[in-house]
Design a protein around this ligand. Structure first.
Ligand SMILES: Cc1ncc(COP(=O)(O)O)c(C=O)c1O
Length: 379
């Protein structure tokens, strides 16, 4: 029986943390998506061992890492892939930008979602291609992608759809039925599907993550899936992501710029990822139990605050909150003035919402939720 202590406070101030060092120390920062928990002991031990070697030269991926990933994906998601379909990249975000250009013609049109993690939009914008955002619809405080709205946004030169599952910031884990419909529409319009599945290791009990590429043979041929252990094992500062692409021709295009404009992944990131894959499962399960109890706490508090509405959180530690009733241009400012930094909704093209990160010890989460409650007095 393993025991991991997620309640233990770890001071992250003055550690060059993007999340903790941006604001005054009295602010509780629940914005950027990393966790206030130590990474799994197996990851820390593997990094220490590598450190002890004392030489940090140019390094390639460890022998067998692709095979380990293929085994992991089969075990976790019943997704059978060949190791050669995997391409390592140093970050998922940089791949979004390179794929937007490498997979499409300069005269083409790209589709992305609204709201969505900002880099999925910015990658389309930055590509210089024409682009549209497909508005997600809200059903029972769950953000869903209606296949008809894909069809109505498609143009004759549309080539690529940027998709995100589990969805950030909405928190939805799309069902097999939903994914089947989306894949079908992509087939009808001959769209390449680029699916950001970085949060897939953190789905809550009663949810199942299904890689969209596993839906059908056609989906497998037209999809590039982006994944990483970064989020789940709290190693985003160490990097490493990978693409899975069955289609050889697409894979070749996706690999352009790798090792040149996009650097090779670094030595420590391979070690951290390999250790997480091979030995991190007990820690991941304990993490999900802890996050689930934080999710319950958040739900309970939000249930008492009629001014705010929490979307269904089916995965990950990011809660999407509607503040429409407050009628403020930027509700994150209200919470910041009361000592809690949340991610402003305008980052995800929905200014009357905020996103909260609950991957923090309960004492910290409780303190932040009390401040949020106090900030609403008078509204
Ligand atoms: C949907 C999504 N994609 C990508 C990333 C970041 O990926 P990376 O750190 O590998 O660049 C994040 C981080 O929050 C995310 O939420």
């Amino acid at each position: 029986m393993h025991s991991f202590n997620f309640d233990k406070p770890i001071n992250r101030l003055q550690t060059d943390s993007v999340r903790w060092d941006k604001f005054d120390p009295h602010i509780i920062p629940l914005w950027v998506a990393d966790m206030d928990f130590a990474s799994p002991p197996c990851v820390i031990e593997a990094l220490k061992q590598r450190m002890n070697h004392e030489i940090f030269g140019y390094t390639h991926a460890p022998e067998g890492l692709k095979e380990h990933i293929a085994t992991y994906l089969a075990a976790q998601y019943q997704w059978k892939i060949e190791p050669e379909w995997i391409v390592f990249v140093p970050s998922l975000v940089s791949s979004l930008y390179s794929l937007a250009k490498n997979l499409t013609d300069p005269q083409s049109h790209i589709l992305t979602l609204q709201p969505v993690y900002h880099h999925l939009l910015h990658a389309a914008q930055h590509s210089g291609r024409d682009y549209s955002q497909i508005p997600l619809s809200t059903q029972d405080y769950r953000l869903v992608l209606d296949p008809e709205s894909i069809s109505s946004s498609v143009k004759s030169n549309s080539e690529l759809l940027f998709f995100c599952n589990p969805h950030n910031p909405g928190g939805a884990v799309y069902t097999r039925e939903e994914l089947t419909q989306i894949a079908k529409v992509c087939e009808q319009h001959d769209l390449i599907l680029c699916s950001d599945e970085i949060h897939c290791g953190m789905v809550y009990p009663s949810q199942i993550h299904t890689p969209i590429a596993s839906i059908s043979e056609d989906a497998a041929e037209r999809t590039i899936t982006l994944m990483s252990m970064n989020k789940t094992f709290n190693i985003p500062g160490a990097g490493l992501a990978w693409m899975v692409c069955k289609n050889k021709e697409l894979r070749k295009r996706a690999m352009r710029d790798l090792g040149t404009l996009i650097p090779d992944p670094q030595i420590f990131t391979y070690i951290a990822t390999q250790s997480a894959l091979l030995h991190g499962e007990p820690w991941r399960q304990a993490l999900m139990d802890y996050l689930d109890s934080n999710r319950q706490l958040l739900k309970t508090v939000m249930g008492d605050l009629p001014q705010l509405r929490l979307y269904q959180m089916e995965a990950s530690y990011l809660g999407w909150i509607s503040c429409e009733q407050l009628k403020l241009d930027d509700p994150s400012e209200l919470f910041l003035n009361h000592g809690v930094a949340l991610q402003p909704g305008y980052m995800f093209q929905q200014p009357d919402h905020v996103r909260i990160n609950i991957a923090t010890p309960k004492d910290t989460l409780n303190a932040a939720l009390s401040r949020i409650r106090e900030s609403l007095v008078g509204f």
